[in-house]
Design a protein around this ligand. Structure first.
Ligand code: ATP
Length: 516
C-alpha cells in the first residue's frame, strides 16, 4: 500500500466503525481511551483468526495442548514473575505540550531515523551498481553506513545500561544530548524520567474482611506456567511439549494511541514450549521459522513481515525476536518469540515451594524445563489483516469502490446469497433462501435482497465477503447460479450441485491450513 501515514490509519478506523468491525468502547459517553469493542463483523473476523491460530498451534500438533486459565491469579504469581517489581515503562512528560511519552520509545524512534539513513545509502548504491551490488559487503565497508551504525550501537548500549541499572537520569540526559524534541510541539522542555508500573490492580473481597490486592493479568503466560505440572501429569505429556492459550491481558499503557495497536485491554495468543535445557536455542530458531510461515501463509505479502532481533534482552530471556509487520504507521511488533530459559518455572518453584519439574524416564533424572514462547497479539493480528486488506480502487467503468481483500477463510462472511429480484412473485427469494439454508452448514452467509445488485456487491466488498452468489431467472430454469469474485470481479456460472465444493476450495479453513 502506497499510503504510509496517520491518514490511512484514520481511514481504516473510520471504515471499521462504519461497517461494524470496531467501535470505541462506551462511545455514547465519549468513549474510554484505548478500549475498543468488536462489532458484528469484527467478532467474526476475530474468531476466524483465533481458529486459524488454534488449529495450527494446538489441534494440528500432537504435542501441544490448550488451556483457558482465569484472569485473576494468586498475587504471589506476579511477585514470582517479576511483574510487581519490574514490569515498568520509563515515562517522560513534555512540560510545554503536557504530552506523555515512553522515554525508550523516543530514543528508539530517533534510532529508526538513523536506520532510515542507512537504508537510503543502500538504495542509492543498489541503483548505482545494479546486479553487481553486494549488500553485505556494502554494509560492512561503507564509511557513512559504518559511522551511522556505530552511532546506533552507542545509543542502544547507553539506553540499555540506563534502563538496566535504573539510571533514569542518564536516560533523560541521553534524550537531551540527542536533541530529541516532542514530536507534536517540537519542544525540548522535558521532565525527569520516571518508572511506571503497567499492572492494573484491584481488591479481592470487601475491605472490612481484610481485602487483598490482586492484579488483572498483564500476560497470559503465567496461567500456563502455574499449570505446567497439572497439564503435564493429567495429559501424560513428555518434553518437548507445548501449552497454548488465548485470552485477555491488561496493561495500563502510558501512551495508547494508534487505534487497536496499543490497547489497555487486549487479547493474546500465547504458546509456551517446554524443552530440555540446552535444546532451547534450536527450538527457538524452529519456532521463529514456523511462526513466520504461519503469518506469510495468509498471503498478505511476504514483504510486509520482517524479524527484529532483540539486543536488549528482558531479564528472563536468553534470545528474543519480534516478527514485525508493516502497519500503516510503519514496521512494528506483531509477535514476540522469546527463549525464556527456566526463569519462570524456577521462580514459581521458589515462591510456591512446589517442584515444577519433569522426570525424564530415559535419563532417570528430573529437571526444570526451559521454555520457548510465541506470543502474538490478537488485536494486532486483526489490525494487520485489516490494514493489508483495505483497498481503494477505481474500476474500469470509472466508479470507485472500497474493498477489504481479507484472506477468504478469515472473512466475516464467506458467501452472500443475493436474489436478483426481491419480489416474491419472481420466485427468486424463495429459491435463494433454499440455497442459503443449504450453505449455512458450511459457511457464514449473508442474505441480502434490498437495493440494486451493484449496490449489494459494494456492500459485500466493504466487509470483505469473497463471493456473492446471485440467483436469477436462469436459476429457476437450469439450477445454475453465478459466483462473483470480490477481488477480480469475475463471474462464473455453476450448477447448484457444484456450488458448495467450488466455494470451499478457497474459503475453507482447511484450504488455508493445507498451505502451511
Ligand atoms: P510493545 O513493545 O509493543 O509494548 P511488548 O514487547 O511489551 O509490546 P509482549 O509482552 O511481548 O509485548 O506481548 C506479546 C504480544 O502482545 C505483542 O507482540 C503484541 O502483539 C501484543 N501486545 C502487547 N501489548 C499490547 C497492547 N497494549 N495492545 C495490544 N496488543 C499488545
Amino acid at each position: 500500500m502506497a499510503q504510509n501515514d496517520d491518514n490511512l490509519l484514520k481511514k481504516i478506523a473510520g471504515h471499521a466503525k462504519e461497517y461494524g468491525f470496531i467501535f470505541q468502547s462506551s462511545e455514547i459517553y465519549d468513549g474510554l481511551a484505548a478500549a475498543y469493542d468488536y462489532g458484528q463483523n469484527g467478532v467474526e473476523l476475530k474468531n476466524n483468526i483465533k481458529q486459524y491460530w488454534w488449529k495450527a498451534m494446538v489441534q494440528m500438533n500432537e504435542n501441544i495442548v490448550g488451556i483457558d486459565a482465569s484472569i485473576f491469579m494468586h498475587p504471589t504469581t506476579w511477585k514470582a514473575s517479576g511483574h510487581v517489581d519490574a514490569f515498568n515503562d520509563p515515562m517522560i512528560d513534555n512540560k510545554d505540550s503536557k504530552k506523555r511519552y515512553r522515554a525508550d520509545v523516543l530514543v528508539e524512534e530517533y534510532i529508526a531515523k538513523i536506520e532510515a539513513k542507512i537504508d537510503k545509502e543502500v538504495e542509492k548504491a543498489q541503483n548505482r551498481f545494479g546486479d553487481a551490488f553486494d549488500k553485505a559487503q556494502f554494509l560492512a565497508t561503507n564509511p557513512n553506513v559504518l559511522r551511522n551504525q556505530e552511532k546506533i550501537d552507542e545509543i542502544n548500549a547507553r539506553l540499555a545500561k540506563g534502563l538496566d541499572t535504573g539510571d533514569l537520569a542518564d536516560v533523560k540526559a541521553l534524550i537531551e544530548e540527542l536533541g530529541i524534541a516532542d514530536p507534536v510541539s517540537g519542544s525540548k522542555n522535558w521532565t525527569d524520567v520516571r518508572q511506571f508500573n503497567l499492572m492494573f490492580s484491584t481488591e479481592l473481597g470487601s475491605v472490612a474482611d481484610g481485602a487483598s490486592k490482586i492484579y488483572l493479568r498483564p500476560e497470559t503466560a503465567q496461567g500456563i506456567f502455574v499449570n505446567f505440572l497439572n497439564v503435564q501429569k493429567s495429559g501424560r505429556m513428555k518434553v518437548p511439549f507445548g501449552i497454548a492459550q488465548i485470552g485477555k491481558a491488561f496493561r495500563n499503557e502510558i501512551i495508547a494511541r494508534q487505534f487497536i495497536f496499543r490497547m489497555r485491554e487486549f487479547e493474546q495468543m500465547e504458546m509456551q514450549f517446554f524443552v530440555k535445557p540446552g535444546e532451547e536455542l534450536a527450538y527457538y530458531e524452529q519456532w521463529k521459522e514456523r511462526r513466520m510461515k504461519w503469518h506469510q501463509t495468509l498471503g498478505l505479502g511476504a514483504e510486509k513481515y520482517r524479524f527484529h532481533d532483540h539486543l536488549n534482552l528482558a531479564h528472563y530471556a536468553n534470545a528474543a525476536a519480534d516478527i514485525q509487520f508493516d502497519f500503516p504507521m510503519g514496521f512494528k511488533e506483531l509477535e514476540g518469540i522469546h527463549s525464556r530459559t527456566d526463569f519462570d518455572l524456577k521462580a514459581h518453584e521458589e515462591h510456591s515451594g512446589k517442584k515444577l519439574q519433569f522426570f525424564d524416564t530415559v535419563e532417570n533424572e528430573s529437571f526444570v524445563p526451559y521454555v520457548v514462547e510465541t506470543s502474538v497479539g490478537l488485536d494486532r493480528m486483526f489490525l494487520s489483516v485489516l490494514s493489508a486488506a483495505y483497498t481503494e480502487e477505481i474500476l474500469e467503468d470509472g466508479s470507485e469502490r472500497t474493498v477489504l481483500k481479507i484472506p477468504a477463510p478469515l472473512a466475516p462472511y464467506q458467501v452472500a446469497v443475493l436474489p436478483l429480484l426481491k419480489k416474491d412473485e419472481s420466485g427468486l427469494p424463495q429459491k435463494a433462501r433454499e440455497i442459503l439454508a443449504e450453505l449455512q452448514y458450511d459457511f457464514n452467509c449473508q442474505y441480502d435482497e434490498k437495493d440494486a445488485i451493484g449496490k449489494r456487491y459494494r456492500r459485500q466488498d466493504a466487509i470483505g465477503t469473497p463471493y456473492c452468489v446471485t440467483i436469477d431467472h436462469q436459476t429457476l430454469e437450469d439450477n445454475t447460479v453465478t459466483i462473483r469474485d470480490r477481488d477480480d470481479l469475475s463471474q462464473i456460472r455453476v450448477s447448484i450441485d457444484e456450488l458448495k465444493g467450488k466455494l470451499k476450495e478457497t474459503t475453507s479453513m482447511e484450504s488455508l491450513l493445507r498451505r502451511l
